[in-house]
Structure formats: structure tokens, C-alpha cells
Design a protein around this ligand. Structure first.
Ligand code: GLU
Length: 284
């Protein structure tokens, strides 16, 4: 094999059955890797134990195999790598880039609502005074670890030099070198007291640990890229190239979602559709 390495992945969360939209995403990534003799990895994003179920994971593997996809072993299962994410979180925390946030989802929604119109599109907070924080931790109150955008901006001397390459297209046609605007995400949650890591941090850590060079995924995650690019800079991790693809919509123009039972790969299969039919319909 010659040429630069090409490593991509498909990273479903086992919170439901895979649907047509997942099939499109997995096939897009798989096909891109195949075309250049690259590698295709599968990662199970199962950090949220309250929403993930082993039967959904087993079903996902079965459905992807039915579609005719092959992937490298072992499959990386995020729940088995909490120590990696803990190390990344500690690294950021020791450098003063995170804080404990005790606000509930509702309090945050209210804070955003009461902000002057347009002044705050996403939540930004601040650490509590140490004595108050210590008291609330000792009282066993739940909290989230948030990334402090203000501290991150100081650490990097601004966000101006942060960019990523988009080889596909963002929802507004973004393509090419994109200036990252991590502000869109606000002070994102990196971990919760009871769940050791949250989505952005786990994805960034794993893409680096798995040597992913091309992130191929739906446009619904385009905005997440801005935040993930910032985390890569803070953790001194390489930045993959991104290829966001359009989202499939049903006849009613709505995106497919896990709630659309009739569109799950199992239902399609049960209704007599073959993998070749589906691949053809999706343009593969
Ligand atoms: N686990 C995420 C999802 O199911 C995908 C994460 C990613 O591709 O970066 O939407």
C-alpha cells in the first residue's frame, strides 16, 4: 500500500436501531476508505450507560454486516476506555481549563433565555469560589465538568489560528479551510460527575488514539467540529480532515431519526428489502 494513510471510522451510539441515515453514513465512509485502500474502523459510542443498550450494539453490528461492510477488529467500545478520557480531562483540569458547573439543565436554559437578545447563543459560566465549590462537592451535589472558553482563549492566545479542512460540505455550503468558531458551543460539558466523559471529549480522544485521518459523518455534526477542533488544539492532538455529508430525509422532508421505526434497517430487511436494494437506493 502506498500514499498517505487514510483512516476513517463509523461511530454509532447504541441508543436505538440503525436506520437508513446510518446506512448512508457508514457506506459513505466505507466507500471512501475502499476507494483509496484505506482503513475503515468501527467505534461504539456507548459512554452514556443510561441510554445505551447491549442489544442495540449487537443489532448495529449485525445490520452493518448485512449491509456488506467489513471493519477492523477489535471494535473500540468507548465504555472500555474511560481511563483514556479521564486522563484527557485531568490534563485540561490541571491547566485550569475546566470548571465544575452545578447548574441544572433548566437553570442553564433560563440563563440563556434571560440574556439580552442575541448576546449569548450558548452557555458560558465561571468556576464558583473555592469555598462554595468545596461545600457543594462535599454535600454530594451533582455537577458537570465544563470547558472554560475564556480560559481556553487565554491559553491559546485567541482562536484566530484555529481552522480545519472541510472536504465535504457544511449545512450552509461551507467547504475548504474553515475558521473554527468554538464559541458556537459555549462552555461545553466534558464530563459529568456520574458519567466520566461526554461526547466531544471522547470523540476527540478516540479519533486521535485510533489514528483517524478523515472524519466522515453527517452535517448534523458540523457544528460539533468547531468545538472538537478547539479540544484538539488544547490537548495537542492532530486534526483530521473532515467530510460532512448531506442528511437523508424522508418523503416528508424530515431527517430520519431513531424514532422512525419503519426506517430501521431491521424493519427494511423484514419487509423483504435486500442489502443490494438499499445500497442501490442510497447510491452505492
Ligand atoms: N456517535 C455519534 C452519533 O451517533 C457520532 C459521532 C461522530 O461521528 O463523531 O451521532
Amino acid at each position: 500500500m502506498s500514499g498517505p494513510a487514510f483512516v476513517t471510522r463509523f461511530a454509532p451510539s447504541p441508543t436505538g436501531y440503525l436506520h437508513r441515515g446510518h446506512a448512508f453514513s457508514a457506506l459513505t465512509a466505507h466507500e471512501a476508505a475502499r476507494a483509496v485502500h484505506g482503513r475503515f474502523l468501527l467505534r461504539i459510542e456507548d459512554i452514556d450507560r443510561t441510554r445505551c443498550r447491549p442489544e442495540f450494539e449487537a443489532a448495529a453490528l449485525e445490520d452493518l454486516a448485512w449491509l456488506g461492510l467489513g471493519w477492523e477488529d477489535p471494535v473500540r467500545r468507548q465504555s472500555e476506555h474511560m481511563a483514556d478520557y479521564g486522563a484527557a480531562l485531568r490534563d485540561l483540569s490541571e491547566r485550569g481549563l475546566t470548571y465544575r458547573c452545578f447548574r441544572t439543565r433548566r437553570e442553564i436554559a433560563e440563563a440563556i433565555e434571560s440574556a439580552p437578545h442575541g448576546a449569548m447563543e450558548a452557555f458560558r459560566g465561571a468556576p464558583l469560589p473555592p469555598d462554595q465549590e468545596a461545600r457543594r462537592v462535599a454535600a454530594g451535589e451533582p455537577y458537570a465538568w465544563r470547558l472554560s472558553l475564556a480560559a481556553a482563549e487565554r491559553a491559546l492566545g485567541g482562536f484566530e489560528r484555529l481552522s480545519f479542512v472541510e472536504e465535504g460540505e457544511g449545512p450552509d455550503g461551507e467547504h475548504g479551510a474553515i475558521a473554527a468558531r468554538p464559541q458556537v458551543g459555549g462552555d461545553v460539558v466534558l464530563a459529568r460527575k456520574d458519567v466520566g466523559v461526554a461526547y466531544h471529549l471522547a470523540v476527540v480522544a478516540d479519533d486521535a488514539l485510533q489514528g483517524v485521518t478523515q472524519v466522515i459523518r453527517g452535517q448534523d455534526l458540523f457544528e460539533a467540529t468547531h468545538v472538537q477542533r478547539l479540544l484538539q488544539a488544547l490537548l495537542a492532538l492532530p486534526t483530521p480532515t473532515y467530510r460532512h455529508h448531506r442528511l437523508l430525509t424522508g418523503p416528508d422532508g424530515r431527517r430520519f431519526a431513531k424514532r422512525d421505526r419503519a426506517e430501521t434497517l431491521r424493519e427494511l430487511r423484514a419487509s423483504g428489502m435486500t442489502a443490494a436494494d438499499l445500497r442501490g437506493e442510497l447510491g452505492f
